[in-house]
Write a protein that binds this ligand. Structure first.
Ligand code: CAA
Length: 383
């Protein structure tokens, strides 16, 4: 496995960093306060091709491999984790499934808007089916040339302004997780009702909504994959999504780490900068350790994906480690800042709030442990 970034990846990282620092960083705090990332930020990323990162050039994307995508997501999340998750969800579980499982007709119709301007949303969870995704109750009943969808979905990232929604619903009541199917639905479809926007602890700039499916008619031609394949489509796409969440967590950790080192060198106590105090040094060293480990794990999972090797376990390991590390690092960053870390004037207060959900969405830490344990018991512990 290649550990270092290639020359091209370094150039991409530096260009994204410059864009994010100069154009997004000055506004990221306001996006949090106003609970809104403006459309202009998405358009700016779209201009650079970042809505089509996972889509091959032949289909209008920029065809980045998974390692390069993690680099881009880390840089975006370093200045705005809210914008980071919007772009991560769009690329890995919004646009990519249409390419991966779509017919050529579906690709021709839905990929052009997805790679150029419209955000994708992934609508799997329901009020009664989060970790137990196979327990989805929303129904899709075939009536002639279309399905009629009814039910409630929640925790939908990008849900209030996505152009394309992937919606998972039950086509067979008896078949458990084998009875789910996936549907491509466009914004504005009659019966797709956008409900309340969640008032979240962190990632406040990214919208998370509830959707009601009220007799939503979806043509058979907009079913993604075969009837009954929905659960496997969702799970395999979450493998990519979880690498993205790891990258997002790394970006947040990097920001908290940099803020902590800077503050520790400036803040004086007991006759000198607090960076000279061993208790603070140990915190900084531990932050560095967790950051480096998380980055290596994410890079390894992405490399396995890029080389078409099984990567479910590695993606869960990376997501689990990086999200728990981000919680720890941002917690300690506040500790380094003392009382100042607890007020909104300092960046670490927001980073702490933003990091917390990474242990929850796209599979909780408990679900990642379950996926890892099942995999190692089934396939063995050999590396
Ligand atoms: N890739 C492909 N297929 C997979 C798979 C994967 N990674 N994981 C499982 N499958 C297949 C299995 O092989 C099995 O196939 P068969 O029926 O042919 O045997 C089938 O799926 C069922 O698998 P399991 O028996 O393992 O399923 P389970 O019901 O025990 O559940 C689970 C497994 C790991 C708990 C799963 O339900 C899960 O990951 N839950 C968490 C869901 C999640 O992450 N939700 C987040 C939603 S998105 C979000 O957060 C919002 C957002 O916008 C950011």
């Amino acid at each position: 496995m290649q550990l270092d970034l290639s020359e091209e990846q370094v150039q991409i990282r530096d260009a994204v960093r410059q864009l994010c620092v100069s154009e997004f960083a000055p506004h990221a705090r306001r996006w949090d306060q106003e609970s809104h990332v403006p459309r202009a930020a998405i358009e700016r990323l779209a201009e650079q091709g970042f809505l089509g990162m996972a889509i091959p050039e032949a289909w209008g994307g920029i065809g980045y491999d998974s390692r390069t995508i993690t680099v881009v997501l880390e840089e975006i999340s370093r200045v705005s984790a809210a914008l980071g998750i919007m772009i991560a969800v769009h690329n890995s579980v919004g646009a990519l499934p249409v390419f991966r499982f779509g017919t050529d007709e579906q690709r021709r119709r839905f990929l052009p808007p997805l790679v150029s301007k419209e955000l994708g949303a992934f609508s799997l969870s329901e009020p009664g089916a989060g970790s137990d995704a196979g327990a989805i109750q929303s129904t899709a009943v075939l009536e002639g040339d279309h399905y009629v969808l009814n039910g409630t979905k929640n925790w939908v990232t990008n849900g209030s302004h996505a152009g394309v929604y992937l919606i998972f619903a039950r086509t067979d009541r008896e078949a458990g997780s084998r009875g789910l199917s996936t549907f491509i639905v466009e914004r504005g479809a009659r019966g797709l009702v956008v409900g309340k926007t969640e008032d979240k602890m962190g990632l406040r700039g990214s919208d998370t909504v509830t959707l009601s499916l009220e007799g939503l008619e979806v043509p058979v031609s907009q079913r993604l994959g075969a009837e009954g394949d929905g659960f496997k489509i969702a799970m395999s796409m979450l493998d990519a999504g979880r690498i993205g969440v790891a990258a997002q967590a790394i970006g947040v950790m990097q920001a908290a780490f940099e803020e902590s080192v800077k503050y520790a060198q400036q803040r004086e106590a007991f006759g000198g900068p607090i960076a000279k105090i061993q208790a603070v040094q140990f915190k900084l060293a531990e932050m560095e350790r967790r950051l480096q480990c998380a980055r290596l794990l994410a890079r390894r999972a992405a490399w396995l994906k890029d080389t078409d090797q099984p990567h479910t376990r590695a993606a869960s390991v990376a997501k689990l480690y990086a999200s728990e590390a981000a919680t720890w690092v941002t917690h300690q960053a506040i500790q380094v800042h003392g009382g100042y870390g607890y007020v909104k004037e300092y960046a670490v207060e927001q980073l702490y709030r933003d990091a917390r959900v990474m242990e929850i969405y796209e599979g909780t830490s408990e679900i990642q442990r379950l996926v890892i344990a099942r995999s190692l018991l089934r396939e063995g512990v050999a590396v």
